[in-house]
Design a binder for this molecule. Structure first.
Ligand code: GAP
Length: 450
């Protein structure tokens, strides 16, 4: 995996219909990407697997779906209007804008723990210019929330924000869940959905975009137990990574220093992954304390206290928040699955995806497409599997070798070929993606076998 380039991943994603540039025919729109049929299926499989892992398999998790547009008071109370910023710096000549921390990192400066002032000092000390060789203006803090107008009248009262994180939808529904489901503490509220950030410099393919999906949950706890809960979730996050086939040695924990933590966090661990362009944040685990619930309680005037069922004193719960970017997961999954080996003296590329994530579970082909009896039998097998497995593909283009190569590149675990022997004994060949080995399986046992 170490010598895979970002170019390898991006080119396979485009070539095979996983990911396209957003608004491509108009020259694109920076920081946006469109997902083709296979990318959509892979993304959905990841989200479904996450839901199964963290929501459906537990009895202390409540899954919800909240609005992207929220009352703007939410974002004031949450601190995002004042503090959800990145350091922006501008090339005085071209007016191109950059993230100061990215420029410093690209110049080899370790920016961990640096505040804005220290970054400016490092910039001056190095006498740095913009990537185009021009002087840089003084940096400023740039708010990442996208603003838009609601209703027919433009003006101050109509400004709303596209949500910068899905978390706030869960905090503002805390009372609703408590009042309608009476959960015991600890319990969690989970959600997966779109988030929007006006990133200064979107980059590295789908790694840093302006529109992306987050899967996360707010786990409400008694504060006296926060360290314990934090450790439990830390381990479960590693278990989740393993379930995706991400190699443990590619995941690194980073204890985020206080100066670099989000405004709401008392402790954060970043889960970093060895992407082809370096070790970068994949997920985060934060101890958000009672920051959000208390701020919403103050700003809305509604009590956010939890009343324990044993009659003990009510309190505002604290929160542990594990957060997972869908696109970064997809990218880590693709990087981990991308495999190059040699088959019959030729190089082959294949995606060694876990079966649960593979966009297509099986491909069905007649050995020859000009033999009606083979095509008819193959269609019967295809229809049968499609009913049972859903994501099954029909492919009769080119020779069998080419079909296998195509399916290998999109990670299809099994290729089924209907040949003349099928007509005699009701068996088909099933080729395994990883080993390229073939075995004969009777049609009746096919669905179970793959
Ligand atoms: N509620 C906490 C929260 O939103 P975050 O670390 O700002 O935390 C959550 O974002 C996750 O979303 C990150 O761990 C990362 O996986 C993903 N993410 C953040 N910004 C992103 C971007 N611009 N493009 C793609 N994914 C992003």
């Amino acid at each position: 995996m170490s010598d895979i380039s970002l170019e390898d991943i991006a080119s396979l994603a485009k070539r095979r219909g996983f990911i396209y540039q957003g608004s491509e025919i108009y020259g694109g729109l920076a920081g946006t990407w469109d997902y083709g049929p296979l990318g959509t299926a892979l993304k959905r499989n990841i989200t479904n697997a996450w839901w199964k892992f963290f929501v459906d398999s537990r009895d202390d998790m409540y899954g919800i779906e909240t609005a992207i547009l929220m009352n703007p008071k939410v974002w004031v109370a949450s601190g995002h209007v004042a503090g959800f910023t990145d350091p922006l710096i501008e090339d005085v000549k071209t007016k191109k804008r950059y993230r100061l921390d990215h420029l410093l990192e690209d110049a080899g400066v370790d920016i961990k723990g640096m505040g804005l002032e220290q970054m400016v000092a490092a910039l001056k000390e190095k006498g740095m210019k913009s990537p185009d060789g021009n002087d840089l203006a003084n940096p400023a803090s740039f708010n990442l929330l996208f603003e838009t107008q609601i209703g027919a009248v433009e003006g101050e009262g109509s400004t709303v924000y596209l949500r910068g994180e899905t978390a706030q939808g869960m905090f503002v529904n805390f009372k609703n869940i408590v009042d309608t489901f009476y959960p015991d503490i600890p319990f969690g509220i989970a959600q997966a959905g779109k988030a929007f950030r006006n990133e200064i410099s979107p980059r590295d393919f789908i790694f840093r975009t302006r529109e992306f999906e987050i899967m996360e949950f707010e786990y409400f706890i008694d504060p006296s137990n926060w360290e314990n809960e934090f450790e439990k979730w830390r381990q479960l996050m590693h278990d989740w990574c393993a379930s995706l086939g991400l190699p443990a040695e590619k995941i690194h924990e980073l204890e985020v220093p206080e100066e670099d933590r989000a405004h709401y966090s008392k402790r954060t661990i970043d889960f970093e992954f060895d992407f082809p362009f370096g070790k970068k944040e994949l997920y985060g685990l934060a101890y958000r304390t009672d920051f959000d619930l208390t701020n919403h309680q103050t700003a809305s005037g509604k009590s956010m206290e939890y009343r324990p069922k044993d009659g003990s004193a009510p309190f505002v719960p604290h929160v542990i928040e594990p957060t997972f970017g869908v696109e970064r997961t997809l990218m880590a999954v693709l990087c981990s699955a991308y495999t190059v080996d040699e088959l019959n003296g030729e190089q082959r590329i294949f995606l060694k995806l876990p079966k649960e994530l593979a966009p297509i579970k099986a491909c069905v082909s007649p050995l020859l497409k000009n033999k009606p009896e083979l095509v008819q039998k193959a269609r019967e097998v295809y229809d049968m599997l499609k009913k049972e497995l859903g994501a099954v593909m029909w492919d009769d283009n080119g020779n069998i070798g080419k079909r296998y190569r195509r399916q290998d590149e999109i990670g299809t675990p099994a290729c089924i070929v209907i040949d003349f022997q099928t007509l005699e004994d009701g068996t088909v060949t099933v080729r395994d993606r990883d080993t390229a080995e073939q075995k004969r399986v009777s049609i009746a046992e096919l669905a179970a076998a793959i």
